[in-house]
Design a protein around this ligand. Structure first.
Ligand code: P6P
Length: 334
């Protein structure tokens, strides 16, 4: 049994920073800010069932505190942490209609990065004790430093992300992220509030067997998807595959990354652009998938190559192991 302590997230960030000697360390400080917010949200999510914090916003919980829904709470925590640390010049969130321009107290819009996030994806699962997550996406601004950010800074193709990742608040809490040099997973030791490198250089495993889709929408799926699902269920050459669906994107993605699988959220007649959001759900997951040796498309082009038009736009989303994505694309005539 090795008695060598695994690397902490802090040590990993410092080592990674050393690999970018000319960078200002701003990205490292940004990841550190996300780490702090993740620990606070994790604490709130884990006590949710006890202090009846799950309910509708606007009530008062048993401690007499102003009751906030967890996703509102998570949203405010991430915005406060990123603002207080004076690292970013702009924020966009699933919980905010418009982007937030941040002018640091003593600097005129001198920060380089904008952050987009879904503060608590899958939050409807909280009151049934199913894992939920935070998803984040980081870009360098493209408008001139010293000026307020504009929408253009947020509507960049996913391939321009400088970092992306998620926190999964599950049986254990993990931070999984990439800065473009592979995907690394860190597990929180809640007793001391430290994230440890538990999953270095994550890659989709060989022989993937899991397909993940809400088959309750089957009647509304495109014919090609119906045919693909029947293919998954054939009893020939290594099939049927196994169906697994949690209904929380972060959880379904995380399981597929570790065990090998594909996630599908197709467009339907009722939702012609699908349900999932391009900027702060699909782009970060697509970057992680490609960095882990997988693939992510909207059925026609790579997710990371889509030029966004609006902040909250949706997209059909297919993401996972390259072998299963290749099989799917045969049905989508990709
Ligand atoms: P459905 C959660 O509400 C979410 O945004 C994602 O986390 C998840 O993948 C999807 O919606 C589930 O949607 O239609 O299957 O309930």
């Amino acid at each position: 049994m090795s008695n060598k302590q695994p690397k902490t997230l802090g040590e990993f960030i410092i080592e990674n920073q050393a690999a970018f000697p000319y960078s200002s360390g701003e990205l490292s400080r940004l990841i550190n800010a996300i780490r702090l917010a993740a620990k606070v949200v994790n604490h709130e999510v884990n006590k949710a069932g006890l202090v009846d914090i799950i309910g509708q916003a606007g009530g008062v919980n048993i401690q007499g505190e102003e009751q906030q829904k967890l996703d509102v709470l998570a949203n405010n925590l991430f915005i406060q942490t990123l603002t207080n640390r004076e690292i970013v010049c702009g924020i966009a969130s699933e919980e905010e209609d418009h982007f937030i321009s941040i002018n640091s107290k003593n600097k005129d819009y001198q920060n380089n990065y904008v952050v987009l996030f879904d503060p608590l994806d899958g939050s409807s699962n909280i009151d049934v004790n199913v894992s939920v997550g935070t998803i984040f996406s980081i870009y360098r601004r493209i408008t001139p430093i010293g000026t307020p950010v504009t929408l253009a800074d947020f509507l960049q193709r996913g391939r321009a992300q400088v970092a992306a990742g998620y926190i999964i608040y599950g049986t254990s809490t993990m931070l999984v992220y990439t800065t473009g040099d592979g995907v690394n997973g860190f597990t929180l030791n809640p007793a001391i509030g430290t994230f440890y490198l538990s999953h270095p250089q994550m890659q989709f495993p060989k022989n993937p067997k899991i397909y993940s889709i809400n088959e309750g929408h089957y009647a509304y799926f495109p014919e090609a998807i119906k045919k693909y699902l029947k293919y998954c269920q054939d009893s020939v050459e290594g099939r049927p595959y196994t169906a697994r669906y949690i209904g929380s994107l972060v959880s379904d993605f995380h399981r597929n990354l570790i065990k090998g699988g594909i996630f599908l959220y197709p467009e339907t007649a009722q939702a012609p652009k699908g349900k999932l959001r391009l900027l702060y759900e699909c782009n970060p997951m697509a970057l992680l998938a490609e960095q882990a040796g997988g693939d992510a498309t909207n059925g026609k082009i790579a997710i990371l190559d889509i030029l966004p038009e609006t902040l909250h736009e949706r997209t059909p989303f297919y993401c996972g192991h390259k072998k299963m994505m290749t099989e799917l694309h045969r049905f989508l005539k990709f």
